[in-house]
Every structure is written in C-alpha cells, then in structure tokens.
Design a protein around this ligand. Sequence first.
Ligand code: NAP
Length: 296
Amino acid sequence: MVPNLTGQVIMVTGANSGIGKVTARELAAMGATVVMVVRSRERGEAALAEIKQQVSQADVRLMLCDLSAQADIHRFAAEFKATYDRLDVLVNNAGAYLQKRQESVDGLEMTLALNHMGYFLLTSLLLDLLLASAPARIVNVSSDAHRSRPVNFGDLQRKKRYSGFGTYGESKLMNIMFTFELARRLAGTGVTVNALHPGFVRTNFGRNNNGLMNSLFMPLVQRFALNEEEGAATSIYLASSPEVAGVTGQYFVKKQPVRAVDYAYDEAAQQQLWAVSEALLKPVASPPAGAVFPVS
Ligand SMILES: NC(=O)c1ccc[n+]([C@@H]2O[C@H](COP(=O)([O-])OP(=O)(O)OC[C@H]3O[C@@H](n4cnc5c(N)ncnc54)[C@H](OP(=O)(O)O)[C@@H]3O)[C@@H](O)[C@H]2O)c1
C-alpha cells in the first residue's frame, strides 16, 4: 500500500537531478510537502517544472543552498526554519565524485566538505526541528563504495595523496559512521536515522568531471546501471514506509538492512569522526538556538 504523507514536510537535498529528483517526486506524489534543496536556481526550476508536470497535485518548493559552503548552510537552515514549523523527514542526498582535488570556500577538501560535512552540518542545524516533529526520520544516501578503506584521520584533507575513488569511498563511509553514531545519540527521541546504498544508478553522477571519466568511462559503465526510479527506491522506502517506522542505525541495500564494512561499526572511530567534524565547523557570528547536536 502506498503511504499517505499528507501533512508531512520533507526535505530532499540534491533534488534537481538523478536519485534526489525521483525521491522528491515520489514523496510529493504520496502527498508530502517536499522542499527541494538545490544549488542552481535554473536547474532547480527545470526539475520543479518537470515534477509538477508529472504529478499534477505535487506540493514541491525550491530552496537554494550550496551544501559545500558552511555559511550558506547556516543561511539556508535559518531561512527554512523561518518558513516551516516542522520537518518530518530529511533526506541527505546531494553528493559528488571529484576526480581532481578541489577545495571548498571553507578551505576543506571538496568531497569531504560536500559529502560528509554537508550532511553533518545540515542535520545538526535542523535537529531541533526534527526532534520537535518526532516521529521523524533522517535518511543518509551513502554507497557501497564505502567498503574501499577505513577513514584516514591522518590526512583527512587528502593533501598528501588524493585519489577520486578513495576519497569518495571514504566520504561515503563517513556517512555510515555518522549515521550509526547519530542513531545512538538519538535513541529514544523518536527521530530515526538510517543510511543506504542506492545501487549503481544511471544519473548525472561523475559527469561533473572532465576528460575520459565523463566522455568515455561513465557512459560506458552506466549502460549496465539501474535507472533513476530503481535507484531512488530505497531512499523512498526509508523516508516513507511504515515498515521501517522506529528502525534506526541501519545500513540498507535494496530495502533490506545489510552489514556495512566491519570498520564502520568501530565506535571509537565514529566518535573520532564526530569530534573532528565538530572541529571542522567554522565559527559563526551568532549560532542559532538549538544548533549543533544538542542531544548528548
Ligand atoms: N549514481 C550512483 O550510481 C550512486 C551510487 C551510490 C551512491 N550514490 C549517491 O547518490 C547520491 C545522489 O547522486 P546521483 O547519482 O543522483 O547523482 P547526480 O544526478 O549527480 O545528483 C547529485 C545532486 O547533488 C547536487 N549537488 C552537487 N554538489 C552540490 C552542492 N555543492 N550543493 C548542493 N547540491 C549539490 C547536484 O546538483 P547539480 O545538478 O547542481 O550538480 C545534484 O542535484 C549521492 O550522494 C551519491 O554519492 C550514487
């Protein structure tokens, strides 16, 4: 049976493309008010128009945020809270693979800044609203690429040695470690948090890179990939299904909880990641009330 999400406010990041766009569309089709978080107004408006054309009654709105830039995440979270008095589901989905090392405006390695710190900071800033809206859910889109290697805390910024795949895999491992640690911190609050692998999906993923990666490799391998609907299925399931109400601290593949790589369960490493992530947060002039993980 399709869940009825009328009355729920759901946020999907990276919702103008790929898995995020289908997730936003399907949750809107179930009756939710869906806030699509995008960095480009133009791409966002095109996706919004497409969703409205496909789902005539869709209540979808657009909000802009560069999720690799901490000041912009602060601005956006404040704007969201000024507009909405509840948040039932947060889907952290925006992410990227970067073949060459880049830095964010905050001077962090870009994959780390977007794929991990973007999830960490946005969740932190919205946590009071999620807690006030409980039962509420956080869904973190990770990847089976997390299995490649443990987090290298000695060179988190990848200044010594950068590899696109290694750095991406590490950021997706951080998504899972963050999920497990946050689930423990949120135990008993009614806010659940789970991570997932969407499968290998034919999207714009990796197309932001120049050269062979974009022109040859991705088109070639993506011929064997899932379509976007198949790729969004587990995100939609975790965001909406009554079957997983109350389920927390799990890693899902194909709508099933599966075991992540062993080192994702290392609680000391999860806590270390948490501490270094807090240390990477840039100071803000006046921190908003309730921000930065008030749950001990
Ligand atoms: N595709 C796969 O096979 C696969 C496999 C495993 C996991 N995943 C994960 O699935 C998630 C979605 O990826 P996808 O495959 O749907 O790729 P996609 O089509 O490239 O979508 C990524 C989304 O993230 C947004 N984004 C990138 N940088 C951003 C920033 N600085 N601020 C705000 N938004 C930003 C993109 O916006 P723009 O359009 O403006 O760039 C886009 O909307 C990612 O977390 C990825 O790691 C994908």
